[in-house]
Design a protein around this ligand. Structure first.
Ligand SMILES: C[S@@+](CC[C@H](N)C(=O)[O-])C[C@H]1O[C@@H](n2cnc3c(N)ncnc32)[C@H](O)[C@@H]1O
Length: 219
């Protein structure tokens, strides 16, 4: 799980979607609105890893696209590229207000309501950066994300190794990295995405960067 820009194929294609008991349990099951009520204007990966994520986005997010940054905060790590529209959905209004790349800011708890507050076919691309471990209903979220993506639209889920331990689901605290990557592949397959793929963009001697992508087939 290390090295620069290694392509490692489809994770999760041969798994079942029956998640074990307690898979999505968290130490802190209080409403997420409490945990995120105060802004955290910090970064969650180090500078080299942010640069690697931005370089990946420069390939994944062509200019002129409508981009949804799910589980967004005050930084979206986007390249210096002109997009038609960038929407950010997260838990804290102050964090989103401080994000200069967002044209639209939505406070919305995906664990309380996995349906996204956007119209059908609103976006061409969606990204989830270093946050997937906090979703307790990920297959529902990704299934509804397909509704708000254009057919052929793509999603990228970027992961690293830090987390708020009390808010991460048990699976992400217990499983090793390659299994966490496979779990995200299972989420995307279960939600109907195709061309599910994995790349390792970890820079040397920095926080790792593992990215799973999928495409909304239009079915
Ligand atoms: C570790 S931060 C990452 C923020 C940003 N994506 C980044 O790359 O720096 C986790 C983010 O997940 C979001 N989040 C956590 N639980 C959420 C939930 N239930 N619904 C929507 N967003 C959530 C929070 O708003 C928070 O900004």
């Amino acid at each position: 799980m290390s090295g620069s820009s290694t392509h490692q194929g489809d994770p999760g294609s041969d798994d079942t979607t029956a998640f074990p008991d307690q898979f999505f349990e968290r130490v802190d099951e209080s409403p997420d609105s409490q945990f995120y009520q105060f802004p955290r204007l910090v970064t969650h990966i180090d500078d080299a890893t942010i640069a690697a994520l931005t370089a990946f986005y420069a390939e994944f997010l062509p200019a002129g696209m409508r981009v949804l940054d799910l589980m967004s905060s005050w930084v979206s790590h986007l390249p210096d590229t002109a997009y038609r529209h960038v929407a950010g959905l997260g838990m804290n209004a102050e964090e989103l207000a401080a994000n200069p790349r967002l044209d639209e800011r939505i406070v919305h708890d995906l664990n309380a309501e996995p349906r996204l507050p956007f119209a059908e076919r609103s976006f061409d691309r969606a990204v989830v950066a270093v946050s997937i471990q906090y979703l307790t209903r990920p297959v529902e979220v990704f299934a509804d994300l397909a509704r708000v993506l254009e057919p052929g639209g793509r999603v990228a889920v970027a992961m690293s190794h830090r987390c708020f331990p009390t808010k991460a689901i048990l699976a992400f605290r217990a499983l090793p990295p390659q299994e966490r990557v496979r779990v995200v592949g299972v989420y995307l397959h279960a939600a109907g995405y195709v061309d599910v793929d994995f790349v390792d963009r970890s820079p040397p001697q920095a926080d790792p960067l593992w990215i799973v992508t999928g495409t909304h087939s239009g079915d």
